[in-house]
Every structure is written in structure tokens, then in C-alpha cells.
Design a protein around this ligand. Sequence first.
Ligand SMILES: *[C@@H]1O[C@H](CO)[C@@H](O)[C@H](O)[C@H]1NC(C)=O
Ligand SMILES: *[C@@H]1O[C@H](CO)[C@@H](O)[C@H](O)[C@H]1NC(C)=O
Ligand SMILES: *[C@@H]1O[C@H](CO)[C@@H](O)[C@H](O)[C@H]1NC(C)=O
Length: 302
Amino acid sequence: MVGRFSVLVRICFAFYASLAAAKAAQEPLLQQGYRVGEKIPVSCLNRTIDTGEHITDATGQLSYIPFPTCNETGRPLELVFGVEKDINCTIDFIDDPFFHLLEFYVHNDAPLTCRIPTKPLPPSALKDEFEKGTKDDTDGQGSLSEVYTPMVVALAGTLQLSHLHVATSMNVLVHAAPKSVSPGTIAAATAYSISREPPTRIVIGDPLPLQFSVRWYPNTQLPSGWTGVGGHLTFSTLVYCVISALASAAICVAYFRGVELPRRLKSHGKDRLGGMERGGLGGYGLGPGMGNGYGYGIGKRD
Ligand SMILES: *[C@@H]1O[C@H](CO)[C@@H](O)[C@H](O)[C@H]1NC(C)=O
Ligand SMILES: *[C@@H]1O[C@H](CO)[C@@H](O)[C@H](O)[C@H]1NC(C)=O
Ligand SMILES: *[C@@H]1O[C@H](CO)[C@@H](O)[C@H](O)[C@H]1NC(C)=O
């Protein structure tokens, strides 16, 4: 009797525990943020090749398709959460439709509008993202949807009669929401060509060797990267100022002890009034000298 009762209790407990586990597994899944190192798929707006206009489905939703497949990975472009790195993504073969789209992008007729999921998508949606593209915006809010964060890829280049020049080196900046507010959540993203290197010449059938340099920021502020004129006071500038101030002070003390004080003591004995006057002037003279040393330290570095 007791044995049967304990079995019953155990079954009940196991059932309850599995229920709780299932519930726990189901609910926070959608809320959970990215873990560092988790892959983030990039998808872009599909456009018509004759006008460059975006394509909508029967219900008026914008049609997003996976980013073209990179030859390096055999998969569409993926960012990696919180990992700063360079990603090469060579699009193996530029076919006729894609070439026309590139013309729209570099000629600024239409932007290369992409997006990344703000938080990990549930597995079923992720599968769609990679295999057939997503036709939804979940709640129909376009780029304001909270499910995705827009990432416009500002591709620079020039249009020639027979070919294109495309600046294929790109910077990608991604901001995560502060950890205290919403861990593992993307807040904003952008990508743009940097025109450092000569642009790549492209004709139909060529590969497009895109190189993405990805940087992550743990909040929505951009750190100051400029230390020249108009920049902020840096630590090294501060250290330089402190050291030059200490050096000036040391020179003053040495001068006063070694030169001025003995002179004053000497002249004190000889001519009381005249000595005081000369010493006083000398002492004042030191003040601006120290000020100059300090000011020079700031002016030179900044
Ligand atoms: C993008 O739109 C074009 C034109 O409607 C269509 O032919 C093509 O299949 C679409 N691309 C994808 C990946 O669905
Ligand atoms: C990307 O490609 C460039 C040029 O081909 C090469 O120099 C660089 O090492 C590659 N970077 C990575 C991370 O593969
Ligand atoms: C892309 O990969 C295929 C097969 O791995 C290879 O044959 C081709 O040469 C590669 N193309 C480029 C542009 O690297």
C-alpha cells in the first residue's frame, strides 16, 4: 500500500516536473537574447531588376531573401554576435539580374536594404530565413518591426558603360542594447563601403569579393576615435600634462633653492631694501614661466 502510494507520488511529481520543464523551455525561448558567438543571418529586400523597386507579396508584405551565398562558407552572410572580425564574402558569380541590382545600388537608385533579427529567431523561422526567405514582417510594420533591426548596406561605386566599379571593402558597425537593459539584443546596425582601396572592376560573370570589417559596440553610443584637433582629452595627454607640470615645479624649486635663495640671503646682508626688490621681481618672473610650460604641454599634444 505504502509502496503503491509512493510510486503514484513519484509519477505525479515526474509529470509535474516535465510540464514545468516544457513550459520553461517554450516561453523564454522567444525572449532569450543572443549568446556571444551566436550566428546572425543577414537577409535583404528583394527588388525587381527592371525598376529596382521592392517586391511585395500578395498581402503587401515586403519580401526579404537571404543575402547572396558567400563562396567562403557556402552560406549567406552571417554576423557573429559580439565578435569583432573580418569576414570575406565572395559572391561567386554575378549573374545578369544581380548585376542590374548592383547598378541600382551603386547609382543610388535603390539602397541595398538588409536586416538582422534583433533576437534569435525561433528555429522554424530561422530555417525559412536561410532556405526560402521570409515574406513576413510578423506584424506588418515594415522596418519598424521589433523582430528585425534594419541594416542598410551603403555600397559605393561608379557606373560605367560596360562595367561597374564597386568599393568592396566594407565597415559594419553593430550596436547591442546595454546588457542591463536587454542582454543579447541588437539595437542598431549599418554597413558602408570604405573607399581606401581602388574599387573592384565588375562585369557580368565576375565574382564580387566583399570584405566586411565588423565592429561591435555594447551600447548605442559611438566611442570617440579622434585624438587630434577637436578630439577629447586622452589619458596620454593627461599623463603628459601632469609630468610637465611636475617637471616645471621641480625646476622652480631647484632654481629657488640653488640660485634665488642664496642670492637673496647674500643681498639681504648687503642691501636690505634693494635686495628685496630684485628678489621680488625674480620671484614673479618664475610664475608665468611655469604657466607657459604647462600651456605648451597641452598645446603641443592636442
Ligand atoms: C526575387 O524576386 C524575383 C522577381 O519577382 C524572383 O524571380 C526571385 O525568385 C526572388 N528571389 C528569391 C530568392 O525569392
Ligand atoms: C580576406 O581576403 C583578403 C584578400 O583576398 C585576404 O588578404 C584576407 O586575409 C582575407 N581575410 C580573411 C579573414 O579570410
Ligand atoms: C568558389 O568555390 C568553388 C567551389 O568551391 C570554386 O570552384 C570557385 O573557384 C570559387 N570561386 C571563387 C571566386 O573563389
